[in-house]
Design a protein around this ligand. Structure first.
Ligand code: ATP
Ligand code: MG
Length: 331
């Protein structure tokens, strides 16, 4: 089956522009202009099928949000491709992207920052409906807006209010309603509950999962909380320094994590009364900067098992068992 989303060798770099004087340095008697580049995403490959929940996990700064923002074309990739139902959308113009803007929606971590504080909720939801021509008239848009609000648990009589008049959880419901309004097929949820009260998180996650079942859309889900990821994902990818080090079905990954970094990440999860996910492994030192990527395997200078080969050659993802891939020379 053709995947809904296919990410091929996707890379994203940011050039850190400094003043001309700060970026000049002498080397062997010559003046050299130095350009610092953040290698945020490095040749990432994965696919998301229709109706599937695919999650990205990894420590802060490993490139999860940048990958998401590049897939949804908030950023143009600096390398590789994003295919949507087989069509390469990596370098489409704003106009060519319009139909995809409707099909791909994003739910943000901070619903307050992503909702226009000066718009009433009904305007927030009706605007994309009218813009994309999903509703032909304002009354049609209003009717659809009210249906969607009801579906996400907001009462229609609250539609005339402004975002600040709602609680955090309700605001996230409004953010979800806005995404839902345009009939998307693919939703990126980047830390959708981490800004919310713990007591509210489960309600919002349940809402997201119910909507998926009802509308059969696919999710790219990003969360710090591995127990949440374990609960809601079908498959996941583990990222380290902008690369995927392990990828597979959640049962395979949580049941049998094989990459040393995955083990480090998973062994940091506190387990209450349960058997720990993996034997405890600790990484040495700090995560290197994505400005100066290590040679060879990006994890090599922190990995307790690294050999000479690991420091020389970057391992590629290979199949460990059907559908379970890892990038490690030791496997
Ligand atoms: N616009 C930008 N300009 C320069 N560097 C950036 C930019 N956006 C992200 N980065 C850098 O790219 C790397 C990846 O960042 P990203 O936000 O994708 O990580 P993340 O995995 O989402 O982290 P978190 O879990 O904290 O949200 C980081 O080193 C970050 O500092
Ligand atoms: Mg992020």
């Amino acid at each position: 089956m053709e995947p809904l989303i296919e990410v091929k060798n996707l890379s994203q770099e940011f050039h850190l522009t400094k003043g001309l004087l700060q970026s000049l340095r002498f080397e062997k008697g010559k003046l050299i202009k130095e350009d610092k580049v953040v290698h945020a995403v490095n040749s990432v490959n994965f696919q998301i099928q229709k109706g599937e929940v695919f999650s990205l996990v990894g420590e802060s700064g490993c490139g999860k949000s940048t990958t998401a923002r590049t897939i949804i074309r908030l950023l143009e990739p600096t390398g590789g491709q994003v295919l949507y139902k087989g069509k390469d959308i990596s370098h489409l113009s704003a106009k060519e992207l319009l139909p995809y803007r409707k099909s791909m929606q994003m739910i943000f971590q901070d619903p307050y920052a992503s909702l226009n504080p000066r718009q009433r909720v009904e305007e927030i939801i009706m605007e994309p409906l009218l813009f994309h021509g999903i509703a032909k008239t304002r009354s049609e848009a209003r009717e659809r807006c009210m249906d969607i609000l009801k579906r996400v648990g907001i009462r229609p009589e609250q539609a005339g209010r402004y975002p600040h008049q709602f609680s955090g959880g309700q605001r996230q419901r409004i953010g979800i309603a806005r995404a839902l309004a345009v009939n998307p097929e693919f939703i990126i949820a980047d830390e959708p509950v981490s800004a919310l009260d713990v007591s509210i998180q489960a309600q919002i996650l349940n809402l997201l999962m119910d909507l998926k079942d009802e509308f059969n859309f696919s999710y790219l889900f990003i969360a710090h909380d591995l127990s949440v990821v374990r609960h809601i994902s079908d498959r996941l990818g583990v990222m380290y320094l902008g690369s995927i080090v392990e990828l597979g079905d959640k049962h395979a990954l949580f049941g049998n994590p094989v990459h040393p970094y995955t083990k480090v990440l998973f062994s940091a999860v506190p387990t209450v009364g349960e058997k720990p996910l993996v034997e405890s492994i600790e990484a040495q030192g700090e995560i290197p900067s994505p400005v100066n990527l290590p040679k060879g395997c990006y994890f090599s200078d922190r990995c307790p098992y690294a050999t000479e080969k690991c420091r020389r050659e970057k391992p590629v993802l290979k199949e460990i068992e059907p559908g379970h891939l890892a990038a490690c020379h030791m496997l």
